[in-house]
Design a protein around this ligand. Structure first.
Ligand SMILES: Nc1nc2c(ncn2[C@@H]2O[C@H](COP(=O)(O)OP(=O)(O)OP(=O)(O)O)[C@@H](O)[C@H]2O)c(=O)[nH]1
Ligand SMILES: [Mg+2]
Length: 406
C-alpha cells in the first residue's frame, strides 16, 4: 500500500454481520463498539482513524436492523450520513456473513446501497465476508461463493473484488488483501467516490422516510419504489441540468450578440464620425478649390492688367520718344527759323538802309520832278514810304520770331 495519502473507507452491510469488528481490525484498535446483541449495536455513523492518520474509517448502522423500523428510506438516510463525516471515500466495504444463508434481506442490501449511494457505489465497493475461518483455503472459499448465482452476480457487480476475514482472529494476510483492494479501487488514493446526484437520492429518501404508509410495504417493494422515484428525480435533474445548460448557452449567446451589437454600434458611430470628417474635409476642399479658382482668376486679371499696363507704358514710351523727336525737330526748326529771323532782321536793317537810301533817291527824284527843288512835302513822302516799308518788314520778321519762339 502506498502510504503517502490518507485512505477513507466506509463500512456498510446488514446488521450484526461484523462491520464494527472489521473496522477495529483495520484500525488495529478498538475504535467501534462490537458485541453480541439481539439489537443493533451501532445506531449512528462513527469515525475512527489510525494513529498515523493514514486510514480513516466510518462505521455505519446495520441495514435491516429490527430496531431501525421497517422504513428502508430511513435506514438509507442513516448510512448516507457517513458521507458528511467522510467526504468522497476511496472505498466501501460491503460486509456479508459467510456462515449464514443468503436471505432476501441479504440480497436486498445491494439494492438499498444503490438507492443510497447510487450505482457509483459498486465502482468503489469490495465485498468482505466475515466469519470465514482461517483454516478454509482460498480455493474452498471461492468454490463456496460460486454455489450462489446471486452472490456471484453481486461480486461481479463489485468488480470481482472479494475478500475474507475471521474477525475474532484476524489474519494479517486477509487484512492486507482488503487494503490492497482499497488501493486498487482508488488507484493509489487518486480516485474517489462521487455521486453527482446525491441530492436527488437524499431528497427522495427524506420525503419517503416521513411517509408512515410506506412502512406497510415489505423491504423489496420499498426498495423498488424508492429506486423508481430516485430514477425519476435524476431524470428531472438531468432535464433541469440540460435546461440550465441551454439557458446558460442562450445567455452566453445573448451576451455574445449583445457584445456584437455593441461592437456594431461602436463601428456605426465610428463610421458616422468618419463620414462627418469626410464631409468636413470635402467642404474644406471645396472652399479651398473655390478660393484657389478665385485667386487664379484674380492672378489672371492682374496678369492681364499688367500686360495692358505694359502695353500702355510701351505706347507712352513711344509717344514720349515721338514727342522728344518732335521737340528735337521743333528745336531744329526753331533754330533754323531763328537763324532765318536773324537773317531777316539783318536784311530788314539793310532794307531800312536801302529805304533810307531809296527815300533819298525818291526825294531826289521828287525834287527833280518838282523842278529840282526838294519840296518838303515830296521829301516827307519819300521818307515816309521808305520808313513804312522798313517798319513793315521788321515788324513782320519780329512778329514771326515772336510767334515761333514763344
Ligand atoms: N466468529 C466470528 N464472530 C464475529 C465475526 N465478526 C463479528 N463477530 C461477532 O459478531 C458480533 C457482532 O459483531 P459487530 O462487529 O458488532 O457487528 P455489526 O455488523 O457491527 O453489528 P451492528 O453494529 O449491530 O450492525 C460480535 O459479537 C462479534 O464479536 C467473525 O468474523 N467471526
Ligand atoms: Mg456495529
Amino acid at each position: 500500500m502506498s502510504h503517502d495519502r490518507e485512505r477513507r473507507i466506509v463500512i456498510v452491510g446488514k446488521t450484526g454481520n461484523g462491520k464494527s469488528s472489521l473496522g477495529n481490525n483495520l484500525l488495529e484498535k478498538e475504535a467501534f463498539d462490537c458485541r453480541r446483541s439481539k439489537k443493533a449495536v451501532t445506531t449512528s455513523c462513527a469515525v475512527g482513524t489510525t494513529t498515523d492518520n493514514k486510514k480513516k474509517i466510518v462505521d455505519t448502522p446495520g441495514l435491516f436492523s429490527p430496531t431501525a423500523g421497517n422504513n428502508v428510506a430511513k435506514q438509507a438516510l442513516d448510512i448516507l450520513v457517513s458521507l458528511n463525516i467522510c467526504n468522497n471515500p476511496h472505498a466501501f466495504l460491503l460486509v456479508m456473513r459467510d456462515d449464514c444463508r443468503y436471505t432476501e434481506e441479504e440480497l436486498s442490501t445491494a439494492d438499498v446501497l444503490e438507492i443510497t449511494f447510487g450505482p457509483e457505489f459498486f465502482q468503489h465497493a469490495i465485498v468482505v465476508f466475515t466469519h470465514v475461518e482461517n483454516k478454509i483455503t482460498d480455493q474452498e472459499f471461492e468454490d463456496e461463493l460460486k454455489e450462489s448465482n446471486e452472490l456471484t452476480s453481486l461480486i461481479k457487480k463489485c468488480g470481482n473484488r472479494v475478500a475474507r476475514i475471521e474477525n475474532t482472529s484476524a489474519d494479517s494476510a486477509h487484512i492486507n488483501r482488503i487494503i490492497s483492494y482499497v488501493d486498487q479501487v482508488s488507484k493509489e488514493g487518486n480516485v474517489k467516490y462521487l455521486n453527482i446526484y446525491e441530492n436527488c437520492h437524499k431528497e427522495v429518501l427524506q420525503k419517503m422516510a416521513k411517509l408512515e404508509r410506506f412502512n406497510s410495504k415489505n423491504a423489496h417493494e420499498q426498495v423498488s419504489s424508492l429506486s423508481k422515484k430516485i430514477k425519476r428525480a435524476i431524470e428531472k435533474e438531468e432535464e433541469m441540468k440540460e435546461f440550465r445548460e441551454r439557458q446558460q448557452e442562450l445567455e452566453k449567446r445573448e451576451e455574445s450578440v449583445s457584445k456584437r451589437e455593441d461592437s456594431v454600434s461602436k463601428r456605426e458611430v465610428s463610421v458616422s464620425e468618419r463620414e462627418k470628417s469626410v464631409r468636413k474635409r470635402e467642404t474644406e476642399t471645396k472652399t479651398m478649390r473655390e478660393e484657389n479658382v478665385k485667386k487664379e482668376m484674380e492672378n489672371n486679371m492682374m496678369l492681364r492688367e499688367i500686360k495692358v499696363d505694359k502695353k500702355e507704358i510701351d505706347v507712352r514710351k513711344r509717344n514720349i520718344q515721338q514727342e522728344e523727336e518732335e521737340v528735337k525737330e521743333s528745336k531744329k526748326i526753331a533754330e533754323k527759323e531763328k537763324e532765318n529771323a536773324i537773317k531777316v532782321t539783318e536784311s530788314a536793317k539793310k532794307g531800312m538802309m536801302v529805304a533810307t537810301v531809296a527815300s533819298g533817291v525818291v526825294a531826289g527824284v521828287a525834287t527833280a520832278a518838282s523842278g529840282g527843288v526838294a519840296t518838303p512835302l515830296g521829301w516827307a513822302f519819300a521818307k515816309a514810304g521808305a520808313t513804312g516799308v522798313a517798319a513793315v518788314t521788321i515788324s513782320s520778321a519780329a512778329n514771326w520770331v515772336t510767334q515761333r519762339f514763344t
